[in-house]
Design a protein around this ligand. Structure first.
Ligand code: M6R
Length: 373
């Protein structure tokens, strides 16, 4: 069943180009009349004023990327909350607030409890309160699928590894679909821009394949140097900040190494005190609005003797000088870059854990679906 891969996690990392293709076909079918097809009712979009998203773990990271897209493309104020926190301090409800629950399994107790509370407090109110509930899940047949009538199916296929990889990529694709759909209907982006972004999305499967083909061996070698490493820091900014969080979570979950993700600009407000030659820093530095800022934050880390690993499409003298190790990904539009930048981070976590001989697919203390609150 592992089809020649040593672990399900690695097999699932390699399935990601196919997952992106499946999502492209589902959300952006070339033959459709509208650029995006999500199958949601018309009433769903009317007078939408704000969005709140609840999720846990990796799904929460996907939601943070989603927030960025919904705010920057569709211009809708969006909040992301941990499901376990939202339940006890829900944001005030208005008729035009959409609540989204993101859960790949559709069975996470905290997310289900948050959504069921939300459903309950909307009951007895006007119809538009009822229609503004949405589930994003990889399992439409799950408890979530039965609880909420509006669903975006994420087409990740069954995921066996406890550490989510391909279902995360699929959740990101669902958010591109949703943000572009809402932006198109609200006309917050031009038709040309929409076409350009969708064309960019269609290139991603081949770009992921290129990273897998050219970088996996390199990363497998690179991890030899981290046999004794006890702490890792991941930094990114803008749309790649949640990817830094995700890189750190992947590493914690399967290698049991202490790892933290930060928005790169926050390092100087405290975490930089942790840095020395024993603490490597992984910096996501993609060209766009924050590239120069990330580079200057990376320089600050280097001045504290940290080994710097760069995930970037820039391969100029400056990048070569700053980064001790450089993991190249293709240059794509900044908004689309998370789909590529997360791939080396998944491989890094995987190879560190595999080299330590750990049970990558079934890490200690974790379960695939967390059905306790
Ligand atoms: O099934 P869900 O997406 O609701 O799961 C949420 C988290 O439990 C999950 O993402 C967890 O953090 C993963 N083990 C991450 O790899």
């Amino acid at each position: 069943e592992k089809q020649g891969f040593k672990h399900f996690m690695l097999k699932e990392i390699y399935e990601q180009p196919g997952v992106v293709r499946a999502c492209l076909e589902a959300y952006f079918p070339a033959s459709a009349e509208t650029p995006v097809t999500l199958g949601l009712p018309e009433e769903f979009y009317v007078d939408l004023e704000q969005i709140q998203i609840v999720a846990c773990g990796t799904s929460w990271h996907a939601a943070l990327v989603g927030k960025y897209l919904l705010e920057q493309l569709a211009e809708i104020p969006t909040q992301v909350q941990y499901a376990s926190e939202f339940r006890y301090a829900p944001s005030p409800l208005t008729a035009n607030t959409l609540t989204i629950g993101v859960t790949q399994s559709g069975e996470t107790a905290d997310t289900l409890a948050a959504l069921s509370m939300e459903k309950e407090r909307r009951q007895g109110k006007e119809a538009k309160y009822q229609v503004r509930l949405l589930g994003i899940t990889n399992r439409p047949e799950s408890t979530l699928g039965q609880m909420v009538s509006n669903i975006i199916n994420t087409h990740g296929g069954i995921e066996i590894g406890v550490a989510a990889t391909k279902t995360f990529i699929a959740q990101l694709m669902a958010f591109y679909g949703l943000a572009l759909d809402v932006a198109y209907r609200r006309q917050t982006i031009t038709a040309e821009r929409l076409t350009e972004i969708i064309a960019g999305l269609r290139q991603l499967p081949a770009e992921i394949e290129a990273i897998l083909e050219t970088q996996e061996r390199y990363i497998e070698q690179l991890v030899h140097d981290f046999a004794e490493t006890k702490d890792f820091i991941f930094v990114g900014r803008g749309i790649n900040f949640p990817i830094a969080l995700e890189g750190a979570l992947k590493l914690k979950e399967i290698s049991y190494i202490h790892a933290e993700g930060y928005p790169a600009g926050e390092m100087k407000h405290g975490p930089i005190a942790l840095l020395d030659a024993k603490v490597p820093v992984v910096a996501i530095a993609m060209p766009g609005s924050v590239y120069e800022k990330v580079i200057s934050n990376a320089q600050e880390a280097k001045a504290r003797d940290s080994r710097l690993i760069g995930v970037t499409s820039v391969n100029d003298g400056e990048a070569a000088e700053i980064f001790n190790d450089l993991i190249p990904v293709a240059e794509v539009e900044e908004l689309l870059s998370p789909i590529l930048t997360v791939i080396p981070l998944q491989l890094l976590a995987y190879h560190i854990a595999a080299r330590r001989g750990l049970d990558v697919d079934q890490p200690r203390n974790l379960a695939k679906s967390v059905t306790v609150e």
